[in-house]
Design a protein around this ligand. Structure first.
Ligand code: PLP
Length: 377
C-alpha cells in the first residue's frame, strides 16, 4: 500500500456489523457480558474501546510498529512512555525539546527520582557523552521545536542499542507520512496527535507505536493502569483527520518551501530555520531520513518590538499556540510554547524574543506570502 492509500485503508475500515464506511463512535463505557468474563473482546472502555482501537491499529500500521496506543494528549502519551522508567534511572533528551516535555521531566519525573541530561542530539557525540551507568533511554525530537534541528535517528539508535538503551522519538513534526523512526531503529515513536495527525485544531490527543511485543505489553499495561486515554469522539476525529494526512502534508510542504525561500530573501529577516533550505545544517540528513521537510518555519525578526508589529498585522497567520493544522498559525516561542523554559536557558538555546515560528497551513501560498509581506513592511 502506498502512503496516500494507507492513510485511507489501513487499520480497521468501517464497521462489520452495519457496513458503515465510517468507523462508528462507540460512545460507551462498558459492554454487556453474555456470562461472567464472556465478552466480545471489550469489557470496559479505559481498557479498550472499538473506536479507539481503530485509531490504535491505524497508528501501528502507519508507523510500521507492533502495536499502537492512544492517549488523551501528547503529554499523556509522553508521560505514559516515561513511566517505563524507574526511580534512579536517567534519560538523555534533545535540548530544544517541546516546552511541556522539558517541564514534565524537570518538574514531575525529577521529583520521582528520574534524572535527565539535555544535549544537542543533532551531534551524536553529545548523546554518547551524556550516557551514564544509570541511563535507560534516549529521547529525541527531530526536527526540533522551534529551531528545526535534525538528529540522525539511525545513528542515535546505534548508540542507544550499543548501551542497551531504549530510543524514543517524538515524531510530531515529521508525521508518519514523512518519517518512520521505527524503521530507522527507534523502539518507541510518539506523537502529539493534536498537531498534524488531527490536523484541524479541534482535538487534543497523543499516540504511541512500539517496535516490539515486549514494549507493547508494557505500554498497554501502563495505558490501562494510568488511564490517560482519549474518549471515542476524539479517537474518531483523529481517524477522520488521518484520511487527509497525505494531501495535507504534500500541500503544507509545497507552501512551506516557498515561504522559507521568500523569508530567506527578505532583507529584514536575520535568519530562517527550515530544514528544506539548502543552507540549513540538517538539510542533507532531513532529506535522507524523511520524505519531506514539514511545515514548520522559524525566523529571527530582530527584537520584541518588531515581532509585536508583525503579529499585529498578519491576517491569515493566526496568533495561536499549537501547530500542524489546515490553517496557518504564527507564534512567539519565547513567550508562548516555550515560556516554561527559564529565560537564560532559552537564550542559550537560541530561542530569542525575536524568534517567530510559523506553522504553515494549506491555504493558497500566494495569499500567505502577501500576508507576510505586508506584515514585514
Ligand atoms: C504539542 C507537542 C507536544 C505535546 O502534545 P499535547 O497534545 O499538547 O499534549 C509534544 N511534542 C511536540 C513536538 C509538540 O509539538
Amino acid at each position: 500500500m502506498r502512503p496516500k492509500t494507507q492513510v485511507i485503508h489501513a487499520g480497521i475500515f468501517g464497521d462489520e456489523y452495519t457496513g458503515s464506511v465510517s468507523v462508528p463512535i462507540y460512545q460507551t463505557s462498558t459492554y454487556k457480558q453474555e456470562a461472567v468474563g464472556k465478552t466480545k473482546g471489550y469489557d470496559y472502555s479505559r481498557t479498550a474501546n472499538p473506536t479507539r482501537r481503530a485509531l490504535e491499529v491505524l497508528i501501528q500500521e502507519l508507523e510500521h510498529g507492533k502495536a499502537g496506543f492512544a492517549f488523551g494528549s501528547g503529554m499523556a502519551a509522553i508521560s505514559s512512555v516515561l513511566m517505563l522508567l524507574n526511580s534512579g534511572d536517567h534519560v538523555v533528551i534533545t535540548d530544544d525539546v517541546y516546552g511541556g516535555t522539558f517541564r514534565v521531566v524537570d518538574k514531575v519525573f525529577k521529583r520521582l527520582g528520574i534524572s535527565a541530561t539535555f544535549v544537542d542530539t543533532s551531534d551524536p557525540n553529545q548523546i554518547t557523552q551524556a550516557i551514564t551507568k544509570q541511563t535507560k533511554a534516549v529521547y529525541l525530537e527531530t526536527p526540533t521545536n522551534p529551531l528545526l534541528k535534525v538528529t540522525d535517528i539511525r545513528k542515535a539508535a546505534q548508540i542507544a542499542h550499543q548501551h542497551q538503551l531504549l530510543l524514543i522519538v517524538d515524531n510530531t513534526f515529521a508525521t508518519p507520512y514523512w518519517q518512520h523512526p521505527l524503521d530507522l531503529g527507534a523502539d518507541i515513536v510518539l506523537h502529539s496527535a493534536t498537531k498534524y495527525i488531527g490536523g484541524h485544531s479541534d482535538v487534543v490527543a497523543g499516540l504511541v507505536a512500539v517496535a516490539s511485543d515486549d514494549l507493547a505489553e508494557k505500554i498497554g499495561f501502563i495505558q490501562n493502569s494510568v488511564g490517560a486515554v482519549p474518549g471515542p469522539q476524539d479517537a474518531w476525529l483523529l481517524v477522520r483527520g488521518i484520511k487527509t494526512l497525505g494531501l495535507r502534508m504534500e500541500q503544507i510542504e509545497k507552501n512551506a518551501n516557498k515561504i522559507a525561500e521568500y523569508l530567506q530573501a527578505h532583507p529584514k529577516v536575520k535568519k530562517v530555520y527550515y530544514p528544506g533550505l539548502a543552507s540549513h545544517p540538517g538539510h542533507a540528513l532531513a532529506e535522507k531520513q524523511a520524505g519531506g521537510f514539514g511545515g514548520m518555519i522559524s525566523f529571527d525578526a530582530g527584537d520584541e518590538e518588531t515581532v509585536n508589529k508583525i503579529l499585529a498585522k498578519t491576517r491569515y497567520f493566526t496568533l495561536a499556540e499549537s501547530l500542524g493544522a489546515v490553517e496557518s498559525l504564527i507564534s512567539v516561542p519565547a513567550k508562548m510554547t516555550h515560556a516554561s523554559i527559564p529565560k537564560p536557558r532559552r537564550e542559550e538555546l537560541g530561542i530569542t524574543d525575536g524568534l517567530i515560528r510559523l506553522s504553515v497551513g494549506i491555504e493558497d501560498v500566494e495569499d500567505l506570502i502577501e500576508d507576510l509581506d505586508q506584515a514585514l513592511s
